[in-house]
Ligand binder design. Structure first.
Ligand code: NAD
Length: 428
């Protein structure tokens, strides 16, 4: 999301809309429109060639009424204080809707991490912690990976924090590698979480998953496990997935109308979510243009790649057969397209409900770190299913009870919970 759109203004205006639906006290609304705390700091890093380079780091703690702030650290060239503020605010709503005892935070460094060597990355990660360690912690603020940061980087950050406080403290950060304090099931968490919400939505809409077709955008972490879940957990068919081809620098859709074999496609996909299209076409798959996924004659659309993909233009191509849109990605539907779906009675599972599986398993990771006892993958996924199903049902209940669109209902549930926690703590 670029500075031109100004993500923070967008996050504030979404909040204002729901604050008015909820008749929120203007003073309370003012407290939630802004982050509680913001940090900006300098991180000088010794580069491999011996020179010093100055980076700037951010951490924003939007709200911690329900528990320690929670949210990733992004290393991305377009990062600004406003993108971090917006993402921190969205995390407050995401943890609240998932009903995990955490607040919302986010961090970042404007940098292209691919331009750094391994040693430079490690020194930047340790430098970030050297500046922030007094203001984060398992009971204060728990960062995690995001765009441009990896489990390995979380391992370095956890190590730096543990050294500074003089105690092994794995719960200071989540998304760590398995074997280094990470949780089993984190890889599947977001995609399977998407599918648990799809299963509940289909039950509500009286759709039979075994007779349903889905089209997906993206074939990275979220979409691969969403596709696997749709076929193997629900028994439905995925007719196509799209992806960004790194060689051709263009998007494609890989299609098989009688159903793709998700495990085969995963076996020919690289770590960036780019599919080997020659191997796919040798197996009888059709390779179409990148937009083809959106106009397929299917029952379910799962955008799981980028923001703004279903917009005023592309929404016109969505088949009238589509009854359900599950937002695996963050912000895939623009307000214009949203209005069309609303008018046509398409059921939306909004992003911060649909993709809350990742942060929920991050929370499970810190719980396991606190206990110093680790669950099996099945236990993690079972608990995830319970949490996500409850979250979906509380939003559905709000939507039906107040006769509001699912996206507004999700915001209403989340804001309600945060305000209640603020009241209980005597902040209001
Ligand atoms: P990823 O990098 O693993 O995968 C992204 C996929 O999108 C790749 O397959 C890539 O080829 C594809 N893609 C990129 N540009 C495309 C285009 N123009 N057309 C079609 N496909 C395209 O990323 P991810 O972790 O799967 O995240 C996807 C989305 O889900 C993002 O919006 C992210 O913020 C959101 N999300 C991810 C998680 C998580 O746990 N991974 C949690 C919550 C939300």
């Amino acid at each position: 999301m670029t500075e031109m759109i100004n993500a923070f203004k967008m996050a504030q205006s979404q909040f204002d809309h729901v604050a008015s639906l909820l008749n929120l006290d203007p003073q309370v609304a003012e407290m939630l429109r802004w982050p509680t705390r913001e940090y900006k700091f300098m991180i000088p890093v010794r580069m491999d060639d011996g020179t010093m380079r100055v980076f700037f780091g951010y951490r924003v703690q939007h709200n911690d009424a329900r528990g320690p702030a929670k949210g990733g650290i992004r290393f991305h060239p377009a990062e600004t204080l406003d993108t971090v503020r917006a993402l921190a605010m969205w995390m407050t709503w995401k943890t609240a809707v998932a009903d995990i005892p955490l607040g919302g935070g986010k961090g970042g460094v404007p940098v292209d991490s691919a331009s750094l060597t391994v040693g430079e990355k490690e020194r930047l990660c340790r430098g970030w912690i050297d500046q922030m360690w007094r203001n984060i912690g398992p009971r204060q603020d728990v960062p995690a990976p995001d765009v441009g940061t990896t489990p390995q980087m979380m391992g370095w950050m956890m190590d730096e924090y543990s050294k500074l406080v003089g105690q092994y403290t794995p719960g200071v950060i989540t998304g760590k590698p398995v074997g280094g304090g990470g949780s089993l099931g984190r890889t599947e968490a977001t995609g399977f979480g998407v599918i648990y919400t799809v299963r509940e939505a289909m039950r509500h809409l009286k759709m039979d998953p075994a007779k349903s077709l889905a089209a997906l955008q993206g074939f990275g972490n979220v979409s691969q496990y969403a596709a696997l879940g749709f076929t193997e957990l629900l028994g439905g068919k995925v007719v196509c997935v799209s992806y960004w081809d790194r060689e051709d620098r263009a998007p494609y859709t890989v299609t098989k109308l009688d159903g793709v074999n998700v495990r085969f496609l995963m076996s020919i996909t690289d770590i960036y979510g780019s599919i080997d299209k020659d191997k796919a076409s040798a197996e009888g798959y059709t390779i179409e243009d990148g937009d083809a996924w959106i106009s397929k004659d299917v029952d379910v659309l799962i955008p799981g790649a980028l923001e703004g993909q279903i917009n005023a233009e592309t929404v016109k191509r969505v088949s009238s057969r589509v009854r359900l849109v599950a937002e695996g990605a963050n912000g895939p539907t623009t307000p214009e397209a949203d209005a069309v779906f609303k008018q046509n009675g398409v059921f939306i599972i909004p992003d911060f409900l649909c993709n809350a599986g990742g942060v929920t398993v991050s929370y499970f990771e810190s719980v396991q770190n606190d206990m110093n006892y680790y669950w099996t993958k099945d236990e993690v996924l079972q608990r995830l299913d319970t949490k996500i199903t409850q979250a979906f049902n509380s939003v559905l209940e709000m939507s039906e009870g107040q006769k509001v669109y699912m996206r507004d209902a999700a915001y209403m549930v989340a804001i309600d919970r945060v305000v209640k926690a603020m009241e209980l703590r005597g902040w209001l």
